[in-house]
Design a protein around this ligand. Structure first.
Ligand SMILES: [Zn+2]
Ligand SMILES: [Zn+2]
Ligand SMILES: [Zn+2]
Length: 392
């Protein structure tokens, strides 16, 4: 009897406290848990700005999330997060750039020019003493040459990039296309991601949940820091009675503050308490009104009898085919908001034209920019003629 109790106690205490033995190898020590080893290693990459290394997310993300955060994407995030302060020339004698591969990545992620990178590699080649070192540098020089067209020229910030990637996890669920990506797929396609704004409040909360998971898994911030940040910015805003659309835009404002802080001093632990909340909140309200416009297919309360009367136009099983009706005088609100089109012809063609819906002052009453771009990606119309509301 005593022996049985004893052995039970033993098995209980041997369960790994981190993964509860859900990760192999079986019977590993707590300190050697692959989950903890992975998370510590990832956090270390960002803390020490190890440009040549790549975080691993095998154990800490859901399968669906891991499909968005593939190796090239994760590499790009390291590149963004380790970028030097704007306008400052990077110091190639720094330990960060010891490895030849780190120099290549510095060029690809826009920390320096390609000419600078190849000069640094040539210098390293001169100084190399062993055949092995020479081979390594030659390899780096070759990949620098082939990386030319994949470089990130103007980058958004790390957090905005992660948030946009997360938004794609949710929006891609309804897209039942499965593909094997070709090996030679250009990197620039991997790095381009469009933010898809949530259509429902529940989607927004799921995005924050996935964002937290990603930030922790990658090692960008600790759980305590990111969860408190979300509590302040998202749930604090909701508790004040603001709609979720304002909370969404406010989070984006805070991401921008951190991502584009020229001194790189702001992070999730200090950005909220630094003050200036009112300014950002009023900006968020304006943005929410602009990006979540009524008539854009969201936030339209449904009447009780609408279903029976056929008032609600729902086209089931039709997916946007990427085409649009360019003869339409109305620019598509979904195209301009970076969302999948909702007003579709039976074949999936959008009923509106895919032109910019920025209101402008010199195109008659209610005039739009109608330029060949989406308003969410930036409108290049004369700033003095842009209007917040339709021209009378
Ligand atoms: Zn474990
Ligand atoms: Zn459209
Ligand atoms: Zn425009």
């Amino acid at each position: 009897m005593l022996a049985i109790v004893g052995s039970n106690l033993y098995t209980v205490s041997a369960v790994c406290p981190h993964c509860k033995d859900t990760i192999l190898p079986a019977g590993h020590l707590a300190a050697a848990c692959p989950l903890i080893v992975e998370l510590t290693k990832n956090a270390d990459i960002f803390a020490t700005k190890k440009l040549g290394s790549s975080p691993t997310v095998a154990h800490s993300m859901t399968h669906e999330l891991a499909m968005q955060f593939t190796r090239p994407v994760v590499d790009a995030i390291v590149g963004l997060a380790c970028a030097p302060v704007q306008g400052v020339q990077i110091d190639f004698t720094d330990a960060t750039y010891n490895q030849a591969s780190a120099v290549v990545k510095a060029a690809v992620y826009g920390h320096c020019s390609f000419a600078e990178a190849s000069a640094v590699l040539a210098e390293k080649l001169d100084a190399a003493t062993s055949i092995e070192a020479i081979e390594k540098i030659r390899g780096a020089m070759d990949s620098l040459k082939s990386a030319g067209e994949t470089a990130v020229h103007s980058a958004t910030g790390t957090f905005l990039f992660v948030w946009a990637k997360v938004s794609n996890v949710i929006s891609k669920r309804s897209e039942f296309s499965y593909k094997l990506e070709a090996v030679a797929k250009s990197k620039s396609a991997v790095h381009a991601v469009t933010l898809v704004r949530p259509e429902k409040e529940s989607e927004f909360y799921e995005m924050t949940h996935l964002f937290i998971m990603t930030v922790i898994a990658l090692g960008l911030a600790s759980a305590t820091i990111v969860i408190k940040f979300i509590d302040d910015t998202v749930f604090g805003t909701i508790r004040m009675g603001e709609p979720f659309t304002v909370a969404h835009e406010l989070v984006l404002c805070y991401f921008r503050e951190m991502d584009f802080d020229p001194a790189r001093l702001l992070h999730m632990g200090n950005v909220f308490r630094r003050g200036g909340q009112d300014t950002l909140l009023s900006e968020a309200r304006r943005n929410a009104a602009a990006f979540f416009r009524a008539g854009g297919g969201i936030l339209q309360p449904k009447g009780n009898n609408d279903d029976k009367l056929g008032n609600v136009k729902t086209i089931k099983n039709t997916k946007p085919n990427g085409k649009s009706d360019e003869s339409s005088k109305k620019p598509c609100p979904d195209f301009n908001g970076g969302r999948p089109c909702k007003n579709l012809k039976p074949d999936g063609t959008c009923t509106f034209s895919h032109k910019c819906n920025q209101f402008v002052s010199d195109k008659g009453p209610g005039g739009y920019c109608m330029g060949p771009h989406a308003r969410c990606t930036g409108c290049d119309y004369d700033a003095g003629k842009k209007l917040r509301a339709p021209a009378a």
